[in-house]
Write a protein that binds this ligand. Sequence first.
Ligand SMILES: CC(=O)SCCNC(=O)CCNC(=O)[C@H](O)C(C)(C)COP(=O)(O)OP(=O)(O)OC[C@H]1O[C@@H](n2cnc3c(N)ncnc32)[C@H](O)[C@@H]1OP(=O)(O)O
Ligand SMILES: O=C(O)CCC(=O)C(=O)O
Length: 404
Amino acid sequence: MNQQTPKPAVIIDDTTLRDGEQSAGVAFTAEEKLAIARQLAAVGVPELEIGIPAMGAEEREVMQAIAGLHLPSRLLAWCRLFDADLDAVCGIDVHMVDLSIPVSDQQIRHKLGRDRGWVESQITRLVRAARELGYEVCLGCEDASRADMDFLCHLADVAAAAGARRLRFADTVGILEPFTVLERIQRLRAHSDLELEMHAHDDFGLATANTLAAVRGGATHINTTVNGLGERAGNAALEECVLGLKHLCGIDTGINSRGVPELSALVERASGRAVGWQKSIVGEGVFTHEAGIHVDGLMKDRRNYQGLDPDELGRQHRLVLGKHSGKHMLERSYQELGIELQGWQAPVLLQQVRQLVTHQKRSPSGAELLALYQNLQALALDAVPLNLDRQGEGSPCPLQSLAS
Ligand SMILES: CC(=O)SCCNC(=O)CCNC(=O)[C@H](O)C(C)(C)COP(=O)(O)OP(=O)(O)OC[C@H]1O[C@@H](n2cnc3c(N)ncnc32)[C@H](O)[C@@H]1OP(=O)(O)O
Ligand SMILES: O=C(O)CCC(=O)C(=O)O
């Protein structure tokens, strides 16, 4: 972002390169990580969490290579609140370390085998140590959604006193819904002056909703991943948060949404995780319409059925012929082939298109439409004399049985 750009009301800290890569089976090469970092920065993502130094020398080298790109985005490293993890980050030019520690009694006791007092003393000691090394600190509160809120507020004070700048509220197991997120973040907001970051998981399909609720509650930062990649069901999708915040909350994150499809495709390729056809914002089919009433409405004025303008993503509405099409779309499809249908032909051809689509599980091709039309013309020519013989006059539809 250049110096003149006003600071957005919510700052995106994208973790595609950390939590995104934690998605089971996903492993980016160094080149892929660099390319993703570049593209995230190119669309204007202001903060990138780029990896876990404790994973070893190779991970650290890639993280330092990303730092060496001198991107306009601020960089974060993810560390356990643990001496060895802090040692491992030394020499990597990130701006901030996320020092993560479980804060629920469940994880403090049954994962770490410790107690609350130990967590508190670790925070004081290691946040100070990280500050002395010159890093900004975000206290990563793992499993915050299952933590005692009084204890969490107390830890915010402990972290602030030790020099932390930010607290990350992690819904690690993805069990919150937006109303509870709103309450919890409001409570933290009222209690602490720290920056507050929401880290949501999509186990119940609520990661984006929870992230938007957190912003409403006073979160200053949000953790996202491209395509919603991430542990288990994934994290809050960058593209959903950017456009959701803009259109549903009136908050501009400063991201160039037209660059998002390319970013999404890049992460899709590098992760090997196909983006679903109906995946909001970036799915291939999310601006494609078939239903006759919708298509007719769109052709009259696209605002009739447009919640999000595809142009914001450099995309367009696509109209397809299918089982649910009506005469307007059929006529348009034939016009594109240079054919003006007569009134009686549309219902007959619509039935035939429905049958074809049901069997082929796809829209008819131009050649197939042409064949249906030519067939109908031939049948009509054969039928006209019979009708004339029988009725003594021309029928408006020579193929009544087909049209019914
Ligand atoms: C919710 C999250 O997303 S947290 C991020 C999770 N991400 C990852 O785990 C991906 C990268 N992880 C790794 O490469 C490895 O797990 C490493 C390098 C971090 C650690 O590897 P190992 O030392 O072989 O340990 P392993 O992963 O089997 O076990 C984790 C250890 O970290 C401890 N630990 C977990 N979280 C924390 C924490 N926040 N602070 C301190 N210790 C922690 C566990 O208690 C366990 O320690 P133990 O050996 O004393 O029981
Ligand atoms: O503690 C943090 O930084 C968040 C870690 C995480 O990814 C999670 O809890 O889901």
